[in-house]
Design a protein around this ligand. Structure first.
Ligand SMILES: C[S@@+](CC[C@H](N)C(=O)[O-])C[C@H]1O[C@@H](n2cnc3c(N)ncnc32)[C@H](O)[C@@H]1O
Length: 321
């Protein structure tokens, strides 16, 4: 299946699983929907599940109750994943009375028990967020990349990033003097400094647009499309099916469709489904706010008002030397 990009042709959005559909968006419960899906049909599952931290769309539960509720979902995800497929499970921390419970640590044994094989524990680092006073402020989340088997799709060349020193050469041996790197760039490594920084710097630059990244919607914690694009390009081929079982406003679907993959999402909140439909319709037009993949993150110059030490602190000599 070739060129599913949507410049000319916004596709029909199917409301239920259908093996021929290019886009499937189900308004419903994840577990119930999964139970109606056939085995081994999905090539990439990429999701940020509810973290049980009391967001508008979730009731906070005991950690053990939350994890017990996720187990049947994860078992179904294993079943629907194709043998060469990958699961990217992006999570942060559950926090109770300032005690931190890193969710990837709890999910790992459950996924391992199901048969998933961990290939990377990617650190998604960002530089802004809540400022803590009784512990260090959290500045990363993790993305666990698992495969279903030993034979899996991994297109490293499609996600290489520019080398810092492309001119480096071998300094001994038969290749002495020849370039030692890869002309396509270097492996992006397992620490991803994607754009949450920009979500914040927009606030610095455009103060009248509140707390806004260009992609920001009604959802309280949506994926940057760029984060999913890297997974889509590395772990799937054109025409493959990319599936987000907790799809929110459809960021994973947009990343998939942008690169000629098929896409499926499920969410229980009607308003998020409606927003996802709207964004899919806008895909390929200038009207879809989108931060392009690989754009350098904003570096403050030091001249911005927010980069400068407040006069009040200087006068009170409160600033650290
Ligand atoms: C962390 S958010 C995912 C956001 C998404 N990655 C995006 O970019 O918009 C988790 C989503 O799971 C949905 N959700 C929670 N429990 C669900 C369930 N049982 N069935 C379907 N969706 C559910 C919530 O409505 C929420 O949108």
């Amino acid at each position: 299946m070739k060129n599913l990009l949507f410049h000319e042709d916004p596709p029909e959005i199917s409301e239920a699983y259908n093996e021929r559909a290019r886009v499937i968006l189900v308004h419903g419960d994840t577990l119930e929907t999964l139970r109606g899906m056939p085995d081994a049909t999905v090539n990439l599952i990429v999701s940020s599940p509810p973290y049980n931290i009391g967001k508008a769309y979730e009731a906070r539960q005991e950690l053990v109750t939350y994890l017990d509720g996720m187990k049947p979902v994860l078992a179904e995800l294993w079943r629907v994943l194709s043998p060469r497929g990958s699961l990217c499970w992006q999570v942060g921390n559950f926090v109770d009375k300032s005690e931190v419970f890193p969710l990837d640590v709890y999910f790992y044994p459950i996924l391992k028990e199901l048969g998933f094989k961990l290939r990377n524990r990617v650190i998604w680092h960002f530089e802004h967020g809540l400022h803590c006073s009784v512990r260090f402020s959290g500045r990363y989340e993790t993305l666990l990349w698992f495969t279903k088997s030993e034979q899996y799709t991994f297109n490293l060349d499609s996600v290489r990033v520019p080398s810092k020193y492309p001119g480096k050469t071998h300094f001994r041996g038969p290749n002495r003097g020849k370039p030692s790197g890869n002309p396509l760039g270097k492996n992006p490594s397992d620490v991803w400094k994607l754009l949450i920084r920009d979500w914040e710097t927009q606030l610095w630059n455009i103060p009248n647009v509140k707390c806004n990244h260009p992609e920001k919607t009604i959802h309280p914690c949506q994926f940057p499309i760029e984060l999913v694009e890297r997974c889509v390009l590395a772990f799937t081929e054109e025409g493959d099916l990319v599936f987000d079982p907790f799809s929110g406003v459809g960021s994973a679907l947009l990343a998939a469709l942008r690169h000629g993959r098929r896409a499926m999402g499920i969410d229980k909140e009607k308003s998020y489904i409606q927003e996802a439909r709207k964004r899919i319709r806008l895909l390929g037009t200038d009207a879809l706010p989108y931060r392009s993949m690989g754009r350098p993150v904003y570096q403050p110059t030091g001249r911005e008002k927010v980069s400068q030490v407040p006069r009040l602190w200087l006068d009170a000599e409160k600033v650290n030397p």
